[in-house]
Design a protein around this ligand. Structure first.
Ligand code: SER
Length: 337
């Protein structure tokens, strides 16, 4: 069988690097990457072509390719997006819109749906207060869709745009012979933790930052309170979910947006486990009101029963397996501890 042509935008980011490695390992793909940055060594030999530059201005370039699958990961994350709001809107919304239009055009023209995978986020939720967050507990996809951040608004709107271009574009679904539309699938990710890369510009970053700092023996001041709780996941599970939903047959998917979950823990629990693994680790808490407010507006946990029922989702790593079988062995190798 011939290789599928895949585009991964934001390929130099945390999810991007891990996804390109996952696709290469799986095989059967010709991988085109794009990012503002040149490809790092971790993916350089795995990418057939790299398009470097601002996605919004590069969309025309992508009309030269016959992509079967698009993983659109490029985004300005939640903390950065709050300080550069217009720029975030441009990257997050205009970038997505441009690629959706490209995928819709190609699907119709070549009579073959382009698969469009979109990483959405727990930032698409917005709880009015900490009391509401605690009372809500574990939330479903269609609850509390009132984001407090530019990033969350962008993600929620792009979920809707994806649904629009894949179902209702131009109201052509009402024609006698409706055209082939693109095949849009979105996953709402929790905070992600990799043993190989560190995040930047996000607000769930305190989780991985606590762990990497402790492993390196560096003091770390956490920007949220110790009782702050949200859902987290090991990076390999995030990649597994993207590959699973990509491979799921269309008939199985009755929704376009799915939560996935692995473990919900507090910043204090991250500290406790870091100190246990690396005795003497210095982790303190100095909450930043703005970043605290963002995390307080995100749910404590998400209900992923739709993903489990429709495409067989199940994480490999609960909190114990995350630490014992993935993070600690890898990080000890990396930092020689
Ligand atoms: N991890 C992201 C952030 O903190 C949420 O999707 O911005």
């Amino acid at each position: 069988m011939s290789e599928k042509l895949v585009l991964v935008t934001g390929a130099c980011g945390e999810i991007g690097q891990a996804l390109v490695q996952g696709l290469a390992q799986k095989g059967g793909y010709r991988i085109v990457t794009s990012d503002l940055m040149p490809p790092p060594d971790s993916i350089k030999s795995l990418t057939a072509e790299h398009v470097q530059g601002d996605l919004v201005y590069k969309i025309k370039t992508f009309y030269d390719y016959d992509f079967d699958i698009i993983f659109h990961l490029a985004a300005s994350l939640s903390s950065k997006a709050e300080v550069a709001t217009e720029e975030a809107h441009r990257i997050n919304v205009e970038g997505t819109m441009g690629l959706l239009m490209l995928a819709a055009y190609r699907s119709e023209k070549y009579n073959k749906p382009v698969k469009f995978l979109f990483p959405s986020s727990i930032a698409a939720y917005g709880m009015a207060s900490l009391e509401e967050k605690i009372a809500a507990g574990c939330v479903k996809e269609d609850e509390y869709n009132a984001p407090h951040t530019m990033y969350g608004c962008n993600k929620l709107y792009c979920e809707k745009l994806g649904m629009y271009y894949s179902r209702y574009f131009g109201q052509r679904h009402l024609d006698d012979k409706p055209p082939v539309m693109l095949d849009f699938r979105a996953i709402r990710f929790p905070g992600l933790v990799s043993a190989f890369t560190l995040p930047s510009a996000g607000t769930s970053d305190y989780g991985p930052e606590i762990l990497h700092a402790a492993a390196q023996g560096k003091p770390y001041s956490c920007f949220v309170r110790e009782d702050t709780k949200i859902s987290f996941m090991a990076m390999p599970d995030a990649i597994k979910s993207l590959l699973m939903i990509t491979d799921a047959t269309r008939e199985k998917l009755s929704h376009t947006v799915y939560n996935i979950a692995a473990f919900a823990i507090t910043a204090g629990e991250f500290r406790d486990r870091a100190v246990k693994a690396f005795p003497g680790a210095q982790i303190t808490f100095e909450p930043n009101s703005r970043r605290q407010g963002i995390v307080d507006s995100w749910p404590e946990d998400v209900n992923d029963s739709l993903a489990r029922a429709e495409w067989g989702w199940k994480p490999d790593y609960d909190v114990d397996r995350f630490f014992n079988d993935y993070f600690l062995p890898e990080i000890r190798k990396r930092y020689n501890r």
